[in-house]
Design a protein around this ligand. Structure first.
Ligand code: ADP
Length: 166
C-alpha cells in the first residue's frame, strides 16, 4: 500500500481528512492554542461529547466525532509538558503519536492530520518534537491501514524543523 506523508503550514481545522488530532489537556474540557481553535470550529457539541470522556492521561488518546469540521473524527491526545527532558517526555510524546494511530486503525480512518503536539504552551523543544513525531509515525504506519498522514505546522519554525528531517 502506498502511504503518503505531507508537511503543511496551515490551520489544522480546515484539513480535509478523516480525522484531525487535537493537542488537548488531561481534562479534555478545552483550552487555548490548537485545542481552542478545534472547539471553535467544531461547535459546542464537541465539548458536550468531551465531557462524557472523563479526561485522558498524558500520552493517551480518545476519539470523538468532528461535528462541524470537515473531519469526521477528532482524536484528542495529551502531550507531555516539557520539564527539562528527564521526566519521560520523549516517550510520552511518542505514545501520543502511537496511540492516535492505533485509534485511527480501530476506526478505519484512512487520512489523519497531526498538529505539532506539545510545542506550544507545553514548551517541548521544537526540533526534538519534530524528530519524535516523524520517527514514531514512520515506525508505526505499516499495517495501520492509514494511507495519508499530514503534519500540520502553524508557524515557520515548526515547519522548517519538519522539512529539514525528510
Ligand atoms: P500544547 O499544549 O500541546 O503545547 P498548543 O495548542 O499550545 O498545545 O500548541 C501545539 C502546537 O499547535 C503549536 O505548535 C501551535 O503553534 C500549534 N497550533 C496552534 N493553533 C493551531 C491551529 N489552528 N492549527 C494547527 N496548529 C496550531
Amino acid at each position: 500500500m502506498e502511504t503518503r506523508i505531507e508537511i503543511k503550514l496551515t490551520d489544522i481545522t480546515g484539513e480535509r481528512v478523516d480525522a484531525i488530532v487535537n493537542a488537548a489537556n488531561t481534562s479534555l474540557l478545552g483550552g487555548g492554542g490548537v485545542d481552542g481553535a478545534i472547539h471553535q470550529a467544531a461547535g459546542p457539541e464537541l465539548l458536550e461529547e468531551c465531557r462524557l470522556m472523563h479526561g485522558c492521561p498524558t500520552g493517551g488518546a480518545k476519539l470523538t466525532r468532528g461535528y462541524r469540521l470537515f473531519a469526521k473524527y477528532v482524536i484528542h491526545t495529551v502531550g507531555p509538558v516539557w520539564q527539562g527532558g528527564k521526566h519521560n517526555e520523549d516517550e510520552l510524546l511518542a505514545d501520543c503519536y502511537r496511540n492516535c494511530l492505533k485509534l485511527a486503525q480501530e476506526h478505519g480512518i484512512k487520512t489523519v492530520a497531526f498538529p505539532c503536539i506539545s510545542t506550544g504552551v507545553y514548551r517541548f523543544p521544537i526540533e526534538r518534537a519534530a524528530a519524535i513525531a516523524l520517527k514514531t509515525i514512520d515506525e508505526n504506519l505499516a499495517g495501520s491501514g492509514v494511507e495519508k498522514v499530514v503534519f500540520v505546522c502553524f508557524d515557520e519554525v515548526n515547519h522548517r524543523a519538519y522539512l529539514d528531517r525528510v
